[in-house]
Design a protein around this ligand. Sequence first.
Ligand code: C5P
Length: 225
Amino acid sequence: MDNQALKLLITVGPTKEYIDPVRYISNDSSGKMGFAIAEEFYNQGVDIVVIAGPCQIKSLIPDDRIYRVVSAEEMFKTASQWFDWCDVAIFTAAVADYRPAFKLDQKFKKSSTDFQISWIRNPDIAGAFGKQKKDNQISIGFALETENLESNATKKLVEKKFDLVLLNSPNNKGEGFHYDTNRVAFFDKNRDIQYHNLKSKKEVAEDIYNWLETNYKLLTPVRTI
Ligand code: C5P
């Protein structure tokens, strides 16, 4: 790293994939973990860009540092504009893997018959960044798993070329969506694994910042924007 402010791109929250003007598929991501990380890095003086899906978190991050998006495609398009700019990308967003093949212009009217929606794959934002990232860029992702926790986390680490994956699971109370706490395990690309206790999301954010400091010897950053 040179002696400039560290630059962080972070994706946060869920995405919504609309079926018609009033109906959508989404998930329970609250955005709490992502905004906790964004605030920790912002408070450390890092230049940040937050790409946030629909969520209601109040934060200290200035509005002009937050890009509000709705769908996975929009999140991908907006994040892509910042891939080259960032030193570190952290992917906390719970991106919908599929979207309806068509969005109806008008509200869908029920009838007496069943109907089917065909779904198409959404872009994998972290995966795309993994393919194009330069040697000096660092990529961190989350793996929220309900089964085969360790092997799924390792698979994501490799497939998306993450430098670090934070494994967590909604199976246990206090972990994952909506809670103010989380229990994560750090899986790094050198196959080092650190299991952490249940902590506040703010403490998990501090642990991520400290992991970067320890492993990449980041200089104390000075924000320029
Ligand atoms: O959904 P999945 O379990 O594969 O998510 C693992 C990681 O990849 C997370 O960090 C998530 O933010 C990211 N991801 C993404 N774009 C997707 C799906 C997941 O950036 N379409």
